[in-house]
Design a protein around this ligand. Sequence first.
Ligand SMILES: [Zn+2]
Length: 244
Amino acid sequence: MVLGGCGVWPEAGQACSGYLVEHDGFRLVLDLGYATLPRLLQYITADQVDAVFISHGHPDHCADLNPLLRARMLRDDPPPSLPVYALPGALDAVLALDRPGMLDAGYVPHEFTAGDHFDIGPFRAQTRLLPHYLLNAGVRLAAGGRVLAYTGDTGPTPDVVELARDADLLVAEATYVTRVPEDSQVHQSSARQAGRQAAAAGVGRLLLTHLQPGTDHAAARAAAADGYGGEVGVATAGLVIDLG
Ligand SMILES: [Zn+2]
């Protein structure tokens, strides 16, 4: 379930990066960008989140961890502490929004190094360092014989292909349609590059996300389809993909 797919800042009525991934009743949230919490609360309550994985520390990927923790803690019957998986230091800024210590009991930090493999509930998670302005971990989640790969934010790299190899679904950052500005070419991707990498990885399906606000979705899909013959979608709030 897509909570939001806007890159950089949220558009009217939309949210930034956030995805609810469910298997066997376990609810994992991948990224919690600006405005994703209200979207999440349309479907489940704050205490029904079982774990959170944050790809990197930019606020369009983690800002709404603060209101999620508030919604869990500042109530009469707070749920158990929330496992939060993130790279070292990635959450320092968002966790500093409230007074020191206020939210400490609300979460259990699980710091990892990009490249680590570990379990999150029923999911086998494999992480991989992908190039961005700050440390960013792509993640490959496997459960029930199905695989979802998510890039977080990344420049084009063969590591995306390895992360997504034969995945059923690749959720790929595509901030731009075809042309990436010179100063961003190492750190961000286009829909065209995402399509080429999806093809190289042999993924079953491609979902473009993190589109710069104002981007023509049809143009992004067409640019990705240029190099990839499978189904291409654009992440928008409420989109559900069942990997069966
Ligand atoms: Zn970023």
